[in-house]
Design a protein around this ligand. Structure first.
Ligand SMILES: [Zn+2]
Length: 231
């Protein structure tokens, strides 16, 4: 069985060549098998659940800002739940593509075999993802950045799936999942990971991703999930 979509492994993108990079949950330093670049990866526990600003040491510097951000994410999660779990209307019922990205995203669906299309989308994604990971800008800028990275990752993962490059599909989805904090986008990505696991005939992994989809980013068993549920 193709195990590339198991929830028990972690696959991100090389920061230099965009190749799939298998890393550990604990993070650390990992050499890319394609270009040899050493990538520094933060622990997965830092990018899931209640941690408001992943990988940033600035979090503790301003507790009240962190509290506000935590509250904002709690409300966003509730809004996402109304749509994804309870099927009621919310802002996620109409997540539209940012206007200026539309031509690029639409062309990815029709002209996915053209290398130039892939290169343009990948270049834009690779430019924006590090900005999202570094948590730069104010909230509005961040929301916009998440929205863009989400749609670019949708286009990219579609192309990689058409190419049957499933490991890269996973890497793009997971790299985006770890960078994007909006719970609504996270729901979409979990569902994508579940569907992708079915593409490699791994029903068990698909079930595991759907479990995460239902229970949220932290999964049901971790202590972080319990604190989320109680919050
Ligand atoms: Zn590389």
């Amino acid at each position: 069985m193709d195990n590339s979509f198991s929830v028990n492994i972690r696959v991100l993108l090389c920061q230099n060549c965009h190749g799939p990079l298998k890393v550990s949950m604990e993070g650390g330093y990992f050499d890319c098998e394609y270009c040899g670049t050493t990538n520094e990866i933060i622990p997965k526990s830092n990018v899931e659940g209640e941690t408001p600003t992943a990988g940033s040491a600035k979090v503790t510097a301003d507790d009240s800002a962190a509290d506000k951000e935590r509250e904002r994410r709690r409300l966003l999660k509730r809004q996402a739940d109304t749509y994804f779990i309870h099927g009621k209307s919310s802002r996620y019922s109409m997540i539209s593509v940012p206007k200026d990205l539309k031509p690029l995203v639409h062309v990815a669906l029709s002209d996915y075999e053209k290398p130039a299309v892939l290169n343009r989308i990948r270049a834009e994604y690779d430019r924006l993802l590090p900005r999202l990971q570094s948590n730069a800008g104010d909230k509005t800028a961040r929301d916009d950045l998440e929205h863009r990275c989400f749609w670019l990752s949708q286009a990219l993962s579609n192309i990689y799936t058409f190419q049957k490059n499933y490991l890269l599909t996973r890497a793009v989805l997971e790299a985006t999942l770890e960078a994007v904090q909006d719970p609504g986008f996270n729901y979409f990505i979990f569902a994508d990971l579940a569907l992708s696991a079915l593409n490699v005939n791994n029903g068990e992994a698909a079930g595991d991703w759907l479990t995460k989809w239902f229970w949220g980013a932290t999964g049901q068993s971790s202590s972080a999930a319990e604190s989320t549920a109680c919050a």
